[in-house]
Design a protein around this ligand. Structure first.
Ligand code: KG4
Ligand code: ZN
Length: 340
């Protein structure tokens, strides 16, 4: 019988300090996440310096908790997977340095992971991946359509040219005086509103799978300001529903089009905005009758976590991808570094 493979994952790219251990690429044996949302809330967004400080304070505690949940020792761990980038450089550095220290102290291979590859691989913790596939990655920092012909091979066929979808949600929520992160609040409001306000949809050039959300965000802000100046009231729930309708319309239409063009077997949803009820419902409607399998991970695996980093790391480990102790955080890392 082959020995089980255990990969320990570390994620510190933004405002979650996370450590997880995955068995044989697909089974979660420990998954610990310490969120900093409460500390950033009063500033209306993530403050990089505060994020780094929290990671330093939390990482050892989170690591010890994960090891104790898994009931494993470091001699059992085959690889240490860590988010190399993209993300906040100071935040990434804490995870990268912790991973290097563990790798050096216990002589365990170090496996660098691209954060978005992690988000996509959260899906492998739910079901087997069937290639070729397409992943719609929608988070606070990214909006991308990624095509995969096989494990560990990524082709970005479309990405946002300005704001990420989650970022647009957070900014619109701030305009409506809602706390950070605003996505869930807008989503909740949108369920009870009518999409009665006309807002733009950025389709971009014919055939492009790129996205743009900054024009939509500005249109929402202008709508609010114009109404204030005229002394009119706009129902926030209608504005939320109209904004959400515009975002979902573009995301779902482009995903469907790419699904047909690339003849994929599966569509994987990834990233924090995958929590959005409207988006989930619309995708389920769109793929309900089709031969393409739609996979939507549970919320805990859609937002930042280390299980996804370990799941991706397991594939890269098998492919022999390693980093030395000179590994550095890389906030501008390209996902295609994994295509070897
Ligand atoms: O993937 P994630 O946890 O962090 C990044 O890597 O960016 O995504 C966080 C983003 C935030 O912008 C948050 O507002 C958004 O996901 N989000 C949502 C919902 N839940 C979280 N956006 C829309 N609807 C939701 N229900
Ligand atoms: Zn993320």
């Amino acid at each position: 019988m082959e020995k089980d493979q255990y990969i320990l994952g570390i994620e510190t790219s933004c405002d979650e300090t996370a450590v997880a251990i995955i068995k044989n690429g697909r089974e979660i044996v420990a998954n610990v996440v310490a969120s900093q949302i409460e500390s950033h809330k009063r500033f209306g967004g993530v403050v990089p310096e505060i994020a780094s400080r929290h990671h330093v304070e939390q990482l050892t505690i989170v690591l010890e908790e994960a090891m104790s949940q898994a009931k494993l020792e470091f001699k059992d761990i085959d690889g240490i997977a860590v988010t190399e980038g993209p993300g906040l450089v100071g935040a990434l550095l804490i995870g990268v340095n912790a991973a290097k220290a563990l790798s050096f102290a216990h002589q365990i291979p170090l496996v660098p992971v691209h954060h978005i590859a992690g988000h996509i691989y959260a899906n492998r913790l739910v079901t087997e991946m069937k290639f070729p596939l397409l992943s719609l990655v929608v988070s606070g920092g990214h909006t991308e359509l990624v095509y995969m012909k096989e494990h560990g091979h990524f082709e970005v066929i479309g990405e946002t040219r300005d704001d990420a979808a989650g970022e647009a949600y957070d900014k619109v929520a701030r305009t409506l005086n809602m706390p950070y992160p605003g996505g869930p609040h807008i989503d909740r409001l949108a369920q009870v509103g009518e999409p009665s306000i006309n807002l733009p949809r950025a389709w971009l050039e014919e055939g492009s799978y790129d996205f743009s959300f900054s024009g939509l965000k500005s249109a929402v802000i202008n709508t609010v300001h114009n109404a204030e100046q005229r002394g009119e009231t706009i129902k926030p729930e209608d504005l939320a529903a109209s904004f959400q309708e515009s975002v979902i319309d573009v995301l779902v239409t482009k995903t469907l089009k790419a699904t047909e063009e690339y003849k994929v077997n599966q569509v994987l949803l990834a990233g924090g905005v995958a929590a959005n009820k409207g988006l989930r419902n619309r995708l389920e409607e769109a793929f309900g009758e089709s031969n393409v399998e739609l996979v939507i991970p549970p919320l805990s695996l859609c937002t930042d976590n280390a299980a996804m980093i370990a799941a991706a790391g397991s594939i890269f480990f098998e492919k022999g991808q390693r980093a030395g102790l000179n590994l550095n955080a890389n906030p501008g890392l390209d996902i295609t570094i994994h295509n070897q």
